[in-house]
Write a protein that binds this ligand. Structure first.
Ligand code: KIV
Length: 279
């Protein structure tokens, strides 16, 4: 079954693993749709991958709306989940306004928010208004400062219990799926067993109900490869070699050759030269 809505993603839990990727522009969205991936996440990781920031904290609602609209044009038939950026859902009212904009102005199919139990009321209110919500637990990049950096989470008994409570609370509040980032594989498996909604892992082991990767990591475009990523293409190397080959070909005048140049009727050229000569 190809998912058409966030609800279809929930239904996949009992069927098969689901495959998500982030995308931030038209070209990436087209590739994701052509590859028949189950969902595209317009992640606030665009702050790093597209805008050159060193965290997601500077990303604004306007950034998310801009990229989400572009992605929607590139992938009109793929479920598109969009991140609510840092501080844009700190009250229920703000969450409703901002999530509503993503659905109305960018045709998002749902939104993703980072955090546990404290967001249960927000999730329930969004869902009650018809806005599907994806949760995000474990390593939550918007809390980089209070986590003390980008560290693997839920490695102690207390933290595992906290994560399970948060996951259950979000599931009860009505999330359609739960992203689990940067946690031990055993903990990923445990949460997946415990809750009815699908878990989508990123650095959470192989037992989650699906996987999501940042586009640039997935295709080997990033300068740095995190431990949990096995790139599925050597994109950066292929592109860099292409640009170097282009440079050499222009410098040694082998590009453009005859096959890649436009031509004209010889007679017409002769006529032009003759005209030039009489002037
Ligand atoms: O912003 C993002 O790309 C994400 C993924 C890491 C899940 O939230």
């Amino acid at each position: 079954m190809t998912p058409k809505t966030a609800l279809d993603l929930t239904g996949l839990k009992l069927e098969r693993p689901q495959v998500w990727v982030t995308a931030y522009d038209f070209f990436q969205a087209q590739l994701a749709e052509e590859a028949q991936l189950d969902a595209i996440l317009v992640g606030d990781s665009l702050g790093m991958t597209m805008l050159g920031y060193d965290s997601t904290l500077s990303v604004t609602m306007e950034d998310m709306l801009y990229h989400a609209r572009v992605v929607r044009r590139g992938a009109p038939h793929t479920v598109m989940i969009v991140d609510l950026p840092f501080l844009s859902y700190r009250t229920v009212e703000l969450a409703l306004t901002n999530a509503g904009r993503l659905l109305q102005e960018a045709q998002a199919d749902g939104v993703k928010i980072e955090g546990g139990h404290r967001l249960a009321e927000t999730v329930a209110s969004l869902v009650a208004e018809g806005i599907p919500v994806i949760g995000h637990l474990g390593l939550t990049p918007q809390s980089v400062h209070t986590m003390g950096g980008y560290r693997v989470q839920a490695r102690s008994r207390e933290h595992i219990e906290q994560l399970l409570d948060d996951a259950e609370s979000l599931a009860q509040a009505g999330i359609s799926a739960l992203v689990l980032e940067g946690i031990p594989d055993k903990v990923g498996a445990l949460v997946t067993e415990r809750i009815q909604v699908p878990t989508i892992g990123i650095g959470a082991g192989h037992a989650t109900d699906g996987q999501v990767l940042v586009f640039h990591d997935c295709l080997g475009l990033s300068a740095y490869t995190p431990k949990f990523v096995a790139p599925f293409a050597q994109g950066r190397q292929v592109l860099a070699e292409g640009l170097k080959a282009y440079r050499s070909a222009v410098l040694d005048r082998t590009f453009p050759d005859d096959d890649h140049s436009y031509h004209m009727a010889h007679k017409e050229w002769e006529r032009f030269i003759a005209g030039e000569a009489t002037q």
